[in-house]
Write a protein that binds this ligand. Structure first.
Ligand code: TEU
Ligand code: CA
Length: 549
């Protein structure tokens, strides 16, 4: 039975490799996480989404799993993991694990067997096809890997291609095979029996492929994208997993959902349909990545506030695959803090389950990588392609700095000691040099820090969650381009959030906010500032100066 606890949860995403290293080998680990649980509790979060921590050869930092029932040795042991879970539960923090079953590692036993021969019992655990063209050396269809190049890899051992929508060390599992689905059910139940509270399902919308694996339509840079997103059998397969595992526990199942939009979201998450409980959609993110526009941002946020009935939203701005959002607005470091706070308020009190990505709560920013400093597989693949055209390399480096996945993965900045206090050894990837200024310790020592703002905001979210969850959402001043003002109303009580994304003071009439009957719950400016205090009281209108740089 599902209690749907996630509707009151505030999530924190941990990318374990970069969170906290306990033994000085330069790699974050489970004991490191345990040492920071009091910090998380104090922040107010109630659940953790932990990026993969299973055995893996690390081609894609754990998103390539070689043993679904064990812990990566870099991170510790299964016993360490059990202790971590117990310590989380002791603090009323739920644990949602990453479930990466669109593909496994090519070093998984299943794949090792599968490639051996066409009649191996594990052959059909993966998607093997004959090549095309005169000598059968051309890929079976036009699908491309998300990490550049064809999605097919030729294996000379059996002279067939296997499908990999990500790296060639991440062969796609064949969900058409009932044995594969049974394995997945068993894996989920294994972790549920150990006490986990749910799963974040990696690229879950890709798991079923269109019958016959037809060529995809040509979409620039994304050839063949449409033939494996929510393909026909998806619903049947997901129902089967939900019925035999997910729904038997008080779980929260949230899918990473490329390809989900407001028109098809109900089919993916509607309560009672044996599907997912939530989906991480990328529409807000995609609207920001090229150029941030408040206008677009608020439109999308508002659209997702009015989901079809029995659908529950998820809210996020940052994760381990996207650059940090803050630098998209805050070019000027002086205004970094007020901006980080405003961005937090712009999404945390919306309807849905909010996620905070490690470091977001202290306003971490992106860092500038030189050509040889990138470590992510996607960045490396891109650089590998362009190195054949040397004049393009600087352009690629610039683009990877702008949209690549390395930026958000730099180690967590705990203090101003060497390597930001993340490790006493040599960090597995570069630490952002701004750690001497931006770090947890500095934040804890300042009354008006970004971290303190997050704490207050989370407390507000918890206290008023009934209004947020059950209230009527409305957007105010939608025609004022630079201002995002949203309001949740329930039983005559309203909660307003007013964010001014411009660098100008904006005066707005707020007729139903009276300072005698209303209370200012939080602001990103220091309200001991007499100027602000007076302005707000005098004019009975809210002059805000939340700044966009
Ligand atoms: O991500 C899926 C995915 O499509 C993104 O990685 C995409 O490539 C990126 O957002 C482009 O900006 C998931 C995981 O979150 C990611 O870390 C894994 O690499 C990927 O699946 C494969 O497991
Ligand atoms: Ca370590």
């Amino acid at each position: 039975m599902k209690t749907r606890w996630y509707k009151d949860a505030v999530f924190y995403q941990i990318y374990p490799r970069s969170f906290c290293d306990s033994n000085g080998d330069g790699i974050g680990d489970i004991n490191g996480i345990i040492s920071k649980l009091d910090y998380l509790k104090d922040l107010g979060i109630t659940a953790v989404w932990l990026s993969p921590c299973y055995s893996s050869p690390n081609d894609d930092n754990g998103y390539d799993i070689s043993d679904y029932r064990n812990i990566m040795s870099d991170f510790g042991t299964l016993d360490d993991w059990k202790l971590m879970l117990a310590e989380m539960h002791k603090r009323d923090i739920k644990l949602v694990m990453d479930l990466v079953v669109n593909h496994s590692s090519n070093e998984h036993f299943w794949f090792q067997e599968s490639r051996k021969s066409k009649d191996n019992p594990y052959r059909d655990y993966y998607i093997w096809r004959k090549g095309t063209g005169k000598n059968g050396k051309k890929p079976p269809n036009n699908w491309t890997s998300r990490f550049t190049g064809s999605a097919w890899e030729y294996d000379s051992l059996t002279e067939e291609f296997y499908l990999h929508l990500f790296s060639k060390k991440q062969p796609d599992l064949n969900w058409d095979n009932p044995k594969v689905r049974k394995e997945i059910i068993d894996i989920c139940n294994y972790w549920f029996d150990l006490g986990v509270d749910g799963f974040r399902c990696d690229v879950v919308t890709y798991v079923a492929k269109a019958n016959g694996l037809p060529n995809g339509r040509y979409i620039p840079f994304m050839r063949g994208d449409d033939q494996f997103v929510l393909a026909e059998n998806w619903y049947k397969y997901i129902n089967e997993i939900a019925e035999n595992s997910w729904n038997k526990y008080d779980s929260y199942i949230v899918g990473e959902g490329p390809g989900v939009d407001i028109n098809n979201v109900a089919s993916v998450i509607e309560e009672g349909k044996n599907v997912l409980d939530g989906v991480i959609n990328f529409q807000v993110h995609h609207s920001n990545i090229v150029k941030f526009k408040a206008e677009k941002y608020k439109k999308i946020q508002s659209r997702w506030q009015n989901l079809p009935e029995k659908c529950w939203n998820t809210l996020f701005l940052e994760n381990h695959d996207q650059p940090r959002v803050l630098p998209m607005y805050a070019k000027n470091l002086q205004l970094r803090e007020v901006s980080a706070k405003m961005i937090a308020a712009s999404y945390l009190l919306l309807k849905g389950t909010p996620y905070i990505y490690q470091g977001q709560e202290i306003g971490m920013t992106n860092c500038k990588f030189k050509k040889n400093e990138f470590v992510d597989i996607m960045s490396l693949n891109v650089l590998n392609v362009v190195k054949k055209f040397p004049p393009l390399v600087p352009f690629a480096v610039k683009q990877l700095n702008r949209i690549g996945r390395d930026s958000a993965r730099t180690p967590m900045q705990w203090n101003s000691a060497d390597n930001a206090g993340f490790t006493t050894g040599k960090p597995w990837m570069m630490v952002n040099p701004n750690y001497t200024e931006i770090n947890v310790e500095n934040n804890l020592n300042q009354k008006h820090s970004v971290l303190e703002f997050y704490k207050k905001l989370i407390a507000i979210k918890k206290k008023y969650n009934t209004i947020i969850k059950d209230g009527v959402y409305s957007e105010q001043f939608s025609s004022v381009k630079r201002v995002f003002c949203y309001c949740q109303t329930l039983n005559g009580k309203s909660l307003y959030v007013l964010c001014n994304f411009s660098d100008k003071v904006t005066t707005l009439p707020l007729p139903d906010i009276s300072f005698t009957t209303s209370k200012l719950l939080i602001t990103n400016y220091d309200m001991s500032n007499q100027f602000l205090k007076n302005t707000m009281k005098q004019e009975f209108s809210m002059k805000t100066k939340y700044i966009r740089m």
